[in-house]
Design a binder for this molecule. Structure first.
Ligand code: G6P
Length: 613
């Protein structure tokens, strides 16, 4: 997904902007570019492909070397192909103003007609070039300053944007604004770094301000001013970023994804820290304190999310209904937002999102709030839009997740849901002994995850034995049906193997036709109420010569008789089992992708944070 970096200060901007872009590479992109303000001129370099290409071009371009003000961008195409012309920064047709933009200008076609009528010309297919020309038009047409022209242009815009703008006529100034697309201002000593993501700022400073929707900032040699796009001054508090750069780096692993899988014991510990009160047999969730009484009276929960977070939501459906006895519906955010959903009294909406910026999840949240639902967020990125727009919530405390395929965030999301379900369950009907049992079992989960991680090498061998096969099935039941879906998604995302996840019993209603000699079929079959039924399904696969890989509970020796490979996970109460069973499937996907030579951290066509529809 697109990334923005802007700099104004005493240092040379070009190298700094490129370093910033590298920090944002993990977000996924297809082209990159930068603009540095020179002596009354803007110097732009852009290119499809990797940031390394821009680095080379910038290194060879002497005109870029001196300037201390600039903007840069990594683009993930929305309007127009990923090529050099469409890459950002875009300049107005006079070449005096340059702009980088995340988001989509919905009414760009109308604005373009207006600008064509005024004699403007366009070289790219992008909505961004329309916006920069609109700013240019207003700059020429009576606006005294760059910020005034930006304000006037943004008032004409429908859509979403995070933008950073510079002008050759005011070379000691950088203007940035946001609506629906994140933007953070790093406040250093005599310098400012504007970025769409904290990763590009941390190297310089941990002091930041977060812009809200419809707010903008003007940074210059003489300091910073913040205001709304209607020019009402706003006072912003400088906050501290909690994550260190070291946390963001790979920590010695070959890939971020493996690091993040391997961190999951610690992530579980962090997520539970201070929240499990084993002495008083309580769950403490500070972020829900204000709404706890209200939540206990919930008639219905609607959980909405995308991708892996949606799978976490499906696990939540089991947890909330089983442990808290609250009817729960799980919705793809992209469907929910356009469905005119019925929100009845005492409905609580739960948005789950690692990034807290996913466009569909945010839109679903706004739809639910518009219709009167109380909204909770289960979010990883502190200060993200979803975190800020929900009434209350639970942070994952999973640390930054860089690998595009989500792993540790899933674990954090399911832990957060488990804690919420237990807190509400206990207040509604759950006995103290039952609560005690769950809390003790939950406190053992981090160690149990770490025991599973020790089997990484064995799992690698299984993955290598079958990674040539282009079709896999993942089957599970009950709490482990969403885990089958997540196992299939992980494999698809990073190894490009076609995989389907299904409730195990559905297999005989069609997918069984696919089974042929050697097709890998992964069963998620820990000991649970439907265990015997699942062993029946395993027999059906074996009879058709499929290769059976089973995730089973430690001590289940019987299962070996039916399986080609068994991966054991420690025993635990069934509602907690997804926290364990997902781990071998993440490792399986990772090792299969590595064996197939795939780019694990940057899988093709995928973006980490999907901030457009
Ligand atoms: C993208 C990512 C997925 C992620 C989904 C939702 O598709 O590639 O890994 O699960 O977005 O992201 P969120 O940040 O809302 O959890």
């Amino acid at each position: 997904m697109c990334g923005i970096v802007g700099y104004i200060g005493q240092k040379k901007a070009a190298g700094l902007l490129i370093e910033g872009l590298k920090r944002l590479e993990y977000r996924g992109y297809d082209s990159a570019g930068l603009c540095v303000c020179g002596e009354g001129t803007l110097h732009v370099q852009k290119s499809p492909g990797r940031v390394a290409a821009i680095e080379e071009m910038a290194g060879a371009d002497a005109s870029l070397q001196a300037g201390t003000v600039g903007i840069a961008h990594t683009r993930w195409a929305t309007h127009g192909a990923p090529n050099q012309v469409n890459a950002h920064p875009h300049c107005d047709d006079g070449g005096r103003i340059a702009l980088v933009h995340n988001g989509i200008i919905d009414n760009y076609a109308t604005l373009k007609q207006f600008l064509l009528g005024k004699g403007h010309t366009f070289t790219s297919e992008t909505d961004t070039e329309v916006l920069v020309n609109l700013i240019g038009e207003f700059y020429e047409d009576g606006c005294q300053t760059l910020e005034e022209a930006v304000q006037r242009a943004l008032r004409e815009v429908n859509g979403t944007y995070g933008i950073a703008v510079v002008s050759a006529d005011e070379p000691d100034k950088l203007v940035a604004a946001r609506k629906g697309s994140p933007l953070i201002i790093g406040v250093g000593d005599d310098e400012y770094v504007v970025a769409s993501d904290a990763a590009a700022i941390l190297e310089h400073t941990a002091n930041v301000i977060y812009l809200n929707d419809n707010e903008m900032v003007v940074v210059g040699r003489d300091g910073m001013r913040t205001m709304t796009i209607d020019n009402v001054p706003v006072t912003k508090e400088v906050q501290q970023i909690e994550w260190s750069l070291e946390e963001i780096a790979k920590g010695g692993y070959p890939h971020f994804m493996l690091k993040e899988i391997m961190e999951q014991g610690e992530v579980a510990r962090q997520s539970l820290r201070g929240r499990l009160d084993l002495r008083d047999k309580r769950v403490l969730l500070g972020g829900l304190r204000e709404v706890a009484r209200h939540l206990v009276r919930t008639r219905k929960l609607i959980v909405s999310a995308c991708g892996t977070a949606w799978h976490a939501g499906l696990v939540g459906e089991f947890l909330f209904e089983d442990l808290a006895h609250i009817p729960t519906e799980v919705e793809y955010a992209s469907e929910f937002r356009y469905r005119n959903p019925i929100i009845e009294e005492r409905t609580v909406f739960v948005a789950i999102s690692q990034s807290g910026e996913t466009a569909d999840t945010l839109a679903a949240l706004r739809e639910a709030e518009e219709k009167g639902a109380t909204a909770l967020g289960i979010v990883n990125v502190v200060g993200s839009t979803i975190a800020r727009e929900t009434d209350a919530g639970v942070y994952l405390h999973a640390g930054p997740e860089i690998g595009v395929a989500s792993t540790k965030a899933f674990t954090g999301q399911v832990i957060a849901e488990t804690l919420i379900a237990l807190m509400l369950g206990r207040r509604r009907f759950m006995s103290q002994p039952a609560m005690t049992g769950y809390l003790e079992a939950l406190s053992e989960i981090p160690d149990k995850i770490e025991r599973i991680l020790e089997q990484s090498d064995d799992i690698r061998q299984i993955a290598e034995a079958h990674c040539e096969r282009e079709n896999w099935l993942f089957l599970g039941r009950g709490y482990n049906y969403p885990i089958a879906l997540e196992g299939a998604l992980k494999l698809k995302e990073i190894s490009y193997i076609h995989a389907e996840g299904l409730p195990a019993a559905e297999m005989k209603h069609g997918p069984i036709a696919l089974i042929n000699d050697g097709m890998p079929v992964v069963f998620v079959a820990p000991r649970c109420g439907t265990y015997d039924k699942i062993t029946g399904n395993i027999e059906e696969i074996r009879a058709r010569k499929g290769k059976v890989i089973v995730v089973a509970t430690e001590g289940d020796e019987e299962i070996r008789r039916y399986s080609d490979h068994v991966i054991y996970v420690p025993d635990c109460p069934v509602p907690l089992s997804p926290l364990l069973t997902v781990v071998p499937l993440q490792l399986m996907a990772y090792h299969a992708a590595v064996a197939r030579g795939c780019n694990v951290d940057k899988p093709r066509n995928l973006a980490k944070s999907v901030t457009v529809e």
